[in-house]
Write a protein that binds this ligand. Structure first.
Ligand code: 2YC
Length: 259
């Protein structure tokens, strides 16, 4: 799991409306709608959840701006979100006493809990489904289409599961053959010279996807941090790249709590 850097999320809150518009242009749906679809939520309740965002000092510690970025994303979805005064266990205790839900991350896990229903949301699964749903919407339909998923980690495998359920023919690429064992998809350890119409890039390496892997119509949905696509600016300009470091995964986590 890649640990975000402060500069990855700098200004995130102020750019949420722009991101919503960009997603709308590419997918025909904004952040809230894509996230609801990814979690299988049919209607988003008007009344948002009261949710505590708990800063966690464990491990490599606080990432500057992380808690406020999470807060901004949740508020943009209609939640009543606040950062707790306390951190860590004291912050969890504070949130349990005054909120309906809590969200927090250390270096190993980023999860959320709905105190009332016990519903748990986890970022890897949420992110995979979120970017898969965005790709499906951007494509119009993936029924019968081949999708290449790069990265057989928790995010890529959650995306692959969602994409297979959309009727697409999933091929999972990873450089480590042991990560491909027993998967219910076509698998490969080599994509050199192969172009794909639809790509979901979920690796923690940069420049995994080369120009030779693209057609002039390829759409890439890329939760991977750093962005694993070389010369991505052309794709971005043509509205064929979906990539954001925290927003979509967090939005799906929130929708998962409402299930
Ligand atoms: O500021 C804080 O509370 C820190 N403990 C947050 C650490 C987040 C570490 N995880 C990541 O940077 C990302 C997640 C956003 C999703 C996967 N890795």
């Amino acid at each position: 799991m890649t640990r975000l850097r402060e500069k990855d999320i700098d200004g995130l809150g102020a750019n949420l409306l722009r991101l919503d518009g960009e997603l709308y242009d590419i997918c025909g749906a904004g952040l809230r709608e894509i996230a609801a679809r990814a979690s299988g939520l049919l209607t988003v309740p008007e009344q948002g959840l009261k949710i505590g965002v708990v800063p966690v000092t464990a491990g490599l510690g606080i990432i500057g701006g992380f808690s406020s970025a999470v807060c901004s994303i949740l508020r943009c979805l209609g939640a009543e979100a606040e950062i707790t005064e306390e951190t860590d266990a004291a912050g969890m205790y504070e949130s349990l006493g005054r909120n309906e839900a809590t969200i927090l991350a250390d270096d190993k896990i980023y999860f959320a809990l709905n105190h009332k229903t016990g519903r748990l949301a986890e970022n890897g699964s949420a992110t995979g489904r979120g970017f898969a749903a965005a790709l499906e919407l951007a494509a119009g339909s993936l029924e019968g289409e081949q999708v290449m998923v790069a990265g057989a980690g928790p995010v890529g495998l959650a995306a692959a599961d969602y994409l297979q359920k959309c009727g697409s023919e999933v091929i999972v690429y990873d450089i480590a053959p042991e990560k491909l064992k027993g998967l219910p998809y076509k698998v490969t350890t080599d994509i050199r010279g192969q172009a794909f119409a639809y790509i979901l890039e979920a690796t923690s390496s940069a420049e995994v996807i080369k120009a030779e892997n693209l057609t002039d119509k390829t759409i890439i949905s890329a939760p991977g941090m750093p962005l694993g696509v070389e010369n991505a600016s052309a794709l971005r300009k043509e509205g064929r790249l979906i990539h954001n470091p925290l927003e979509l995964g967090t939005a799906v986590m929130y929708m998962d709590l409402l299930l």
